[in-house]
Design a binder for this molecule. Structure first.
Ligand code: PEP
Length: 248
């Protein structure tokens, strides 16, 4: 039985004050969250502060991105070792906003995935298709290509120590959610593709759904066989909305 995980991606949002309030609110509500692991991914500059605020709670900590390099002349980058040192257990890699706004390629994401694992961070590998790719029937090809880049570099076994987040790009921040069946179909495809290479890894890997999840649709999505929780953007920015998903 895979454990459910709900992770909040705060993106470029928050201030010291608002984040203190948010973390306190989530921590206070954790007694109502049963059997689901919870994690938050603040902007880099607040990670240390959030690590202190989370001390003594069950809430995990992640970054939103990580460098594909270990050290050196890479202005603006933050390494996996640095993230680990300040208390992260997770990092997102390949979020669609990194891919579409900043031009991150599949090979870049694969290198970030490997860099994270090398330092003992659990990568949350984000994959998903654009609207035009879904409409042209290419969803499976796209997620297979994105997964293959990681498998080619790190091997299928590496997925056992990672989390996959299926996030259809047309559903991110748009208020449009994939139906539970649409999401389940892609999750089942991802799991069966991995099973074709290694059945144990496929059975173990958590596959989260992301894309306009909220307290009203989370329970139905999370009830699907291959959906093991959610990666949450907008609805992770208030403790009430986030906890409604964590308790779903
Ligand atoms: C995300 O950015 O990963 C995400 C799922 O955002 P939202 O929940 O706002 O669609």
């Amino acid at each position: 039985m895979r454990q459910t995980l709900v992770a909040g991606n705060w993106k470029l949002n928050g201030s010291k004050e608002s984040i203190q309030t948010l973390v306190k609110g989530i921590a206070d509500g954790m007694s109502d969250v049963d059997g689901t692991a919870v994690a938050v991914c603040p902007p880099y500059v607040y990670i240390s502060m959030v690590a202190d605020l989370l001390d003594g709670t069950e809430i995990g900590l992640g970054a939103q991105d990580v460098a594909d390099q270990e050290t050196g002349a890479y202005t603006g980058e933050v390494s996996a070792a640095m993230l680990k040192e300040v208390g992260c257990q997770y990092t997102l890699v390949g979020h669609s906003e990194r891919r579409s706004i900043y031009g991150e390629q599949d090979a870049d994401t694969a290198a970030k995935f490997a860099a994270a694992q090398k330092e003992g961070l659990t990568p949350i590998l984000c994959i998903g298709e654009l609207l035009e790719e879904r409409e042209s029937g290419d969803t499976e090809n796209v997620v297979a290509r994105q997964l293959d880049a990681v498998i080619e570099l790190s091997g299928v076994e590496a997925l056992a120590d990672s989390v996959i987040a299926y996030e259809p790009v047309w559903a991110i921040g748009t208020g449009k959610t994939a139906s539970p069946q649409q999401a389940q179909d892609v999750h089942a495809f991802i799991r069966s593709k991995i099973a074709g290479l290694n059945a144990d890894v496929a059975a173990k890997v958590q596959i989260l759904y992301g894309g306009s999840v909220n307290g009203g649709n989370a329970a139905e999505l999370f009830a699907m066989e291959d959906i093991d929780g959610g990666l949450i953007g907008g609805a992770s920015l208030t403790s009430e909305a986030f906890l409604a998903i964590c308790t779903a």
